[in-house]
Design a protein around this ligand. Structure first.
Ligand code: SAH
Length: 250
């Protein structure tokens, strides 16, 4: 079967400039040559979150590095949806799933939040950042979401900008349905989604969150979802109703 032409897509820190060269590090060189079996002269795709997406040709492959010659702009950089995700870290596997799915669903920044009932494995932001890079490479994003160090819930609420809407996922909320709540928000371009820990928020935490001017309380239906399911469901609704799933023709 014929292979897809540009099957390797990598995130790189370096500037991407037409007709210049960039160096892939040891891990990327290994991935390109040993895992993907690319050879000198073959193409790959690079992005850095700033300069758009570029086609490059492999010039040299060594054990510790590889050289790529940048040859063609494939997609210019565009402004992306401004969505932050606040989530209370859960067990390692579920946290990884949250990072991966939130990246695929287009969040810009991920901020782990310490709540009263957060009961997480030790979380390494650096490791999660690598998972976000991998998900961004695979999902053809032009950026990689930034993973912040864990912050306290109070601090997160205090630092929330006035013009950012906070979508608060409340597992026992019996107000308006999610589509009406999200669909009726007007004039907002900055969003944040807040999902709690497996043990849920305390009543006191809920009160504090709901007393924020920026908060829009959201029910994701009559069943209690796992945190990772709630993240996927809330981001799906947000992208469909307010984000980049909407067609430009609407
Ligand atoms: N143990 C808690 C449930 C926590 S679920 C309890 O029994 O109440 C983890 C998080 O997912 C919640 O804090 C909430 O943010 C989100 N969530 C789960 N189900 C939801 C629902 N039906 N609607 C909105 N948010 C939900």
């Amino acid at each position: 079967m014929a292979q897809k032409q540009y099957s390797v897509r990598l995130f790189i820190d370096a500037d991407l400039i037409n007709d210049s060269g960039v160096v892939l590090d040891r891990a990327q060189a290994h991935y390109v040559s040993t895992v993907m079996r690319k050879q000198v002269g073959e193409t790959l795709v690079l992005f850095n979150g700033r300069d758009g997406e570029w086609l490059g040709h492999l010039q040299e492959i060594k054990k510790n590095h590889a050289l790529v010659h940048i040859t063609e702009l494939l997609r210019p950089q565009v402004e992306e949806a401004d969505i932050q995700l606040f989530f209370a870290p859960v067990k390692k596997i579920q946290t990884s799933l949250i990072i991966q799915k939130a990246t695929e669903l287009g969040v810009k920044e991920i901020i782990p939040v310490q709540t009263i009932r957060t009961n997480a494995d030790r979380m390494k932001a650096e490791k999660l950042q690598l998972q976000a890079i991998e998900a961004a490479e695979q999902s053809e994003r032009l950026t990689v979401p930034i993973i912040q160090e864990i912050q306290k819930l109070d601090q997160v609420l205090k630092n929330l900008e006035d013009d950012r809407a906070l979508v608060f996922c409340h597992e026992r909320y019996d107000g308006k349905d999610a589509v009406s709540v999200l669909g009726s928000v007007k004039g907002i371009t900055k969003w944040a989604v807040l999902v709690g820990p497996e043990g849920g928020f305390t009543d006191e935490e809920r009160k504090r969150i709901m007393s924020c001017d920026q908060a829009h309380t959201l029910s994701l239906g009559p069943r209690i979802l796992r945190a990772e399911t709630a993240v996927i469901a809330a981001l799906t609704l947000l992208q469909a109703l307010q984000g980049d799933w909407r067609s430009a023709i609407n």
